[in-house]
Every structure is written in structure tokens, then in C-alpha cells.
Ligand binder design. Structure first.
Ligand code: NDP
Ligand code: PYR
Ligand code: MG
Length: 556
């Protein structure tokens, strides 16, 4: 039941309240809706059926993306009913890969306002913009500055598609009430000249502002968020590596905040690897990892895996030496003046790799790294398509029985390799995980599902756990808890040949379990002292928002 004081078109125009043809007879009486709607009163099931038919009749994925975004802006209950009932079919549209195309075309497909655009020229108005009464109950924010959208680079204000998509998953997979979520874009210009030249570009037409002015703007944003919603969960998304890492360091002890590309990605990779090792009866302590890409995601994954190794009994320094991180100029080596602070702990001592260089070349390329390091795991977070070449993969497969190969870059077009090639080049021995969805691959005539190793397995559940427990901070231990909970749900626990991750269709169950584990861990760490652990399961279940229509009554 809900008290409502909007009438006629005013009621239709609020996507949170709108029910379309499902307004009941009594509601049509109470809110002056007769005649504005056709007489048949539909059920939510009938509305879902009608929209699914229309959705499936569309010609391409961009049209499906536009269709779903349109529905989200008209009727959120129906939108989420569609998503939750057809997660596997909808995820590749509202999320990677199609959301990438949606961001690239954002200015051309723009229809209605959603979320907040905080443009640098209006920096003095941030607090006023946030003060809109509509946002009084905001609980979860996803913010981007649009500089590193998936592996597609700087998409300026078009990056807004990412916070919108991530928050759609917070609700569809995590059960967070959509009326309490807020996507935000910090519009600080763009270095994407094609966008600035596009007359339809919706953002601030200016080169990307950097340095002190940018830092002050981000600080003004964070301060305004803190003042407006002291307990909000703030997720940083798709910032370029150095900014992502700096803001995480700067703010993680100041408010309830995390960076999904650094920490969420690390947790899903860690959880999936733990499953792979347990299926193969191997030990984390025996692994050597080559990480292709050492930005936010690469350094985050390496950092969490080191933490997991240390917890498994390896001294930290020794654990770090098992990681070989590469960037656009090859292997990260100590003393290079190009190293970011977060890369320094993973740079290899020069003496260790002195004879790895190929004649006449300064940088140590991926093939040489593979040849000398003999990794058991190869992870791609470079945003560069095709880096896992046949030569690289064949070299790796020479030294290991079941090479674990995760080309994780998104969207599909940026993946470091495609699963069918990896299987062919390793004679079917590879253990594969990709960032975006891929069709099953044939192994010895049997079709095998490709695990989608994406932070979507982590952040919706982690977020639900945090907001339900009212945790004050987000620590690395919470991510390790989420990773281990995910590993416990691996189908490969029962059958070593089964997939490593539960199917995408099970994301709601996965998220509820992660939420429970994270909430309990937050309480154990003293981050959520008021969480009632005796009723934890019930509290998580009750916190889950379901896409169902409530009955409306006229507010007195
Ligand atoms: N599956 C998932 O859940 C996730 C996937 N990702 C994907 O990972 C990718 C990177 O994200 P993120 O780390 O945040 O981005 P960053 O921009 O922070 O880092 C990109 C890294 O890739 C490196 N790189 C670029 N070209 C090459 C190359 N030819 N060889 C080796 N390394 C190269 C860059 O090196 P340099 O600094 O030298 O240019 C940099 O270290 C994106 O495509 C993103 O979609 C990210 C998060 C989650
Ligand atoms: C999945 C994700 O967060 C990314 O590709 O950036
Ligand atoms: Mg991201």
C-alpha cells in the first residue's frame, strides 16, 4: 500500500509510480485516470508479455537498448519485472556489450533526463542540484567522469550510460530499491574530438579538465554528497586508472565508498580463480599470474590475489613476485619513470628480468614474459582486442596442463581473445573466463558455457549487504568475503567439469548470498555495529525490492 497525491498525467509521468494499463478500477477512480487509459485492466504478467514480444521483434541490439531505456523512464516496475524474469537475455543489452554502444551513441539516442549531470561550469551549484527533494532517500550512487568507459576510452557525458546500467543491475540482480539509486556523471569535458565536433553532443563542449581544477571539482562533489547523504554508498565507475586509484585512496576512509573496477573486479576474479583451483585440486600458493593491463582493474586484481595468497600462508613479498604485470610498454620493471604509485609494488626487479629482452628492443613483450615467467594464469584487462595471440597462448599452453586464461576486457569488441580460438590453440585445455558474454564453445564435441567473469557477480550483492547492514566503510576484507562466497556457489564444486560461476540467470540468488555474508562480515569488523546478526537472513530478504505493483490510496 502506498499513499499517492498525483493525478492523471502527473501520475503517468513518474516512472516509479506509473503502472500504465495496470492501474486498477479503484485507482482509476481515485486518481482521475478513466478515459486516459483504455478500459482493459492488465496484469503485470500481461504487460511483461506484451513488452517481451515487442522487444524480441526489434531488429538489433541498439534498438533493444533504446527500447529498454525508454521503458525504464516510463515504468520502472515493469522494466524490472522484464529484467528479473529474463536476466540472461536482458543483461547483454542493459549491460556489456550493448551498453558500450549505448554510451557511444548516447547523445543521439538521448530522450529523457535520468540521474544528474554535474558539469564543471556549474560547480558552484552542486549542493543546490543535489538538494532536489526527489533525491531525499538516495541510498546508492554510481558516479563516472566518462574517461574510461569499458575499453572504449573517453566518451565524455555519454558515459552516463554506465552508472545507469550498473544501477539497473543493483536493482535487477541485487534487489536495491530503484527509487533510492542515483546515477551521476561528472562532466569535466572530453578529449574525444569527434564528440566535441558533434553538434548533437549533450555534454560540456570543452577539453577534459585535469590537474588542480579537476581535483577541486571532485572534492566539491564528494563533500556535497557527504553533507547531503552522510550514509550513502558511493561507487566509482570507469574513471581512468590513476584517477580511480587516487580517489579510492583519498576517500575510502572518509565515507562508505569503493571503486568497482579496482575492487569489484578483483573480487570476481579472485572468486572464480578459487573455484578453478579447487576444481583442479590445485593450490593458490603454487600459481604464477601474468596480468595484461596494469591500470585500475589489473592492479586491483593483483592486490586482492596477493592478499588471498598471504592469508594462505605465503609471505607478502614472495606472493608479489608471482605477479607479472604488463602495460602498453611491456612488462612493468622497477625504476621505470612511467610507473604509477599503485604499480610500483608489482614492478619486477631489473636483475630478475635482465635477459628477457629481445635484441634491439627495450620493452619486454608479452610473449617473452610468458616464455620466461611460465604463468599458470593469464588475465587480460587492457581494453585491447586480440592481445592474446596464437603465439602467446600456444607458448603458455606448453608449460601448463590447464592454462587459466581470462580475457576480461569489455565490451566484446575489446576482448583480448575469443573463447573458440583459446580452445583451439590449447587443444581444449584452457579454463576460460571472459568479461562480456560469449556463446558456448565446443570442447570435444560438447558445448561448454563460457563463464562471464564480470564484477556484476559482486557489486549488486555487496551493495545490498552494505546498505542493509548500514556499514560505514567498504574494506578489502568485504571483497574477499564476497569472493569466497561466490566460490562457494560454484557449480564446479559438485562437478569439476561444470562451469566455475553460477549462470547469469542465478544472479539474484548469488547476490542475496553475498549480501548476507558481507553484512555479517561488516558487523564482525565493527563497521556495522547496529546490524542485528540474529535476524540477518530475514533482514536481507526483507530489504530486497521486488518488481510488483503496490496498491495506491489517495493521500489525505
Ligand atoms: N570483466 C570485468 O568485470 C571488468 C573488466 N574491465 C575491463 O578492463 C579494461 C581495463 O580497465 P581498467 O584497468 O579500469 O583501465 P585502465 O585505463 O585503468 O588500465 C588499462 C591498462 O591497460 C594497459 N594497456 C593498454 N594497452 C596495452 C597493451 N597493448 N598491452 C598491455 N597493456 C596495455 C594500460 O597501460 P598504459 O598505462 O601503459 O597505457 C593500462 O595499464 C577495460 O576494457 C574494462 O572493460 C574492467 C573492470 C571490470
Ligand atoms: C565491467 C566493468 O566494470 C568494466 O568493464 O568497466
Ligand atoms: Mg567499470
Amino acid at each position: 500500500m502506498r499513499n499517492v497525491n498525483r493525478f492523471g498525467y502527473e501520475l503517468f509521468s513518474d516512472p516509479i509510480l506509473n503502472k500504465g494499463t495496470a492501474f486498477t478500477e479503484a485507482e482509476r477512480d481515485a486518481f482521475a485516470l478513466h478515459g486516459l487509459l483504455p478500459p482493459h485492466i492488465a496484469t503485470l504478467d500481461q504487460q511483461v508479455e506484451r513488452r517481451m514480444t515487442a522487444f524480441r521483434n526489434l531488429q538489433d541490439d541498439l534498438a533493444r537498448y533504446i527500447f529498454l531505456r525508454g521503458l525504464q523512464d516510463i515504468n520502472e516496475t515493469l522494466y524490472y519485472a522484464l529484467l528479473t524474469r529474463h536476466l540472461e537475455e536482458m543483461l547483454p543489452i542493459v549491460y556489456t556489450p550493448t551498453v558500450g554502444l549505448g554510451c557511444q551513441r548516447f547523445s543521439h539516442i538521448y530522450r529523457r533526463p535520468r540521474g544528474l549531470y554535474l558539469s564543471l561550469p556549474y560547480r558552484d551549484q552542486i549542493a543546490k542540484i543535489l538538494s532536489q527533494p526527489r533525491f531525499d532517500d538516495v541510498q546508492t550512487i554510481v558516479v563516472t567522469d566518462g574517461e574510461r568507459i569499458l575499453g572504449l576510452g573517453d566518451l565524455g557525458a555519454g558515459g552516463m550510460g554506465i552508472p545507469i546500467g550498473k544501477l539497473a543491475l543493483y536493482t535487477a540482480a541485487g534487489g536495491i530499491d530503484p527509487s533510492r539509486t542515483l546515477p551521476i556523471t561528472l562532466d569535466v569535458g572530453t578529449d574525444n574530438q569527434a564528440l566535441r565536433d558533434d553538434p548533437l553532443y549533450i555534454g560540456w563542449r570543452h577539453e577534459r579538465v585535469r590537474g588542480a581544477e579537476y581535483e577541486e571539482f571532485v572534492e566539491a562533489f564528494v563533500s556535497a554528497v557527504e553533507a547531503r547523504w552522510p550514509h550513502v554508498l558511493l561507487q566509482w565507475e570507469d574513471f581512468a586508472g590513476p584517477n580511480a586509484s587516487r580517489f579510492l585512496d583519498r576517500y575510502r576512509d572518509r565515507l562508505c565508498t569503493f571503486n568497482d573496477d579496482i575492487q569489484g573486479t578483483a573480487a570476481v576474479v579472485c572468486g572464480t580463480l578459487l573455484s578453478a583451483l579447487s576444481a583442479a585440486r590445485q593450490d593458490l600458493r603454487d600459481q604464477t599470474v601474468v596480468m595484461v593491463g596494469s591500470g585500475g582493474a589489473g592492479s586491483g586484481i593483483a592486490g586482492l590475489l596477493v592478499k588471498a595468497m598471504v592469508e594462505a600462508g605465503i609471505p607478502e613479498e614472495e606472493a608479489r613476485r608471482r605477479f607479472y604485470l604488463t602495460g602498453s610498454r611491456g612488462l612493468l620493471v622497477e625504476g621505470s619513470n612511467r610507473l604509477q604509485p599503485y604499480q610500483v609494488p608489482f614492478a619486477q626487479p631489473r636483475s630478475r628480468v635482465a635477459d628477457w629482452t629481445v635484441e634491439n628492443r627495450e620493452a619486454i613483450g608479452l610473449e617473452e614474459v610468458i616464455r620466461h615467467a611460465r604463468p599458470t594464469m593469464l588475465i587480460g584487462v587492457s581494453g585491447q582486442a586480440g592481445l592474446f595471440s596464437e603465439a602467446v597462448v600456444r607458448e603458455m599452453a606448453k608449460h601448463v596442463d590447464r592454462p587459466v586464461i581470462f580475457p576480461l576486457s569489455n565490451p566484446t569488441s575489446q576482448s583480448e581473445a575469443v573463447p573458440a580460438d583459446l580452445m583451439a590453440w590449447t587443444g581444449g585445455r584452457a579454463v576460460i573466463g571472459t568479461g562480456s558474454p560469449f556463446a558456448p564453445v565446443s570442447v570435444g564435441g560438447v558445448q561448454k558455457r563460457v563463464d562471464q567473469v564480470n564484477n556484476a557477480y559482486i557489486f549488486p550483492g555487496l551493495g545490498l549487504g552494505i546498505v542493509t547492514a548500514k556499514a560505514r566503510r567498504v574494506t578489502d576484507t568485504l571483497f574477499l568475503t564476497a569472493a569466497r562466497t561466490l566460490a562457494e556457489m560454484s557449480p564446479s564444486r559438485l562437478d569439476p567439469n561444470a562451469p566455475l560461476l553460477p549462470p547469469v540467470s542465478a544472479l539474484r540468488e548469488v547476490s542475496a548470498k553475498i549480501a548476507l555474508a558481507v553484512a555479517l562480515q561488516a558487523h564482525r569488523e565493527g563497521l556495522a555495529p547496529d546490524f542485528d546478526v540474529d535476524n540477518a537472513e530475514r533482514l536481507i530478504a526483507e530489504a530486497i525490492w521486488e518488481p510488483q505493483y503496490k496498491t495506491y490510496h489517495r493521500a489525505a
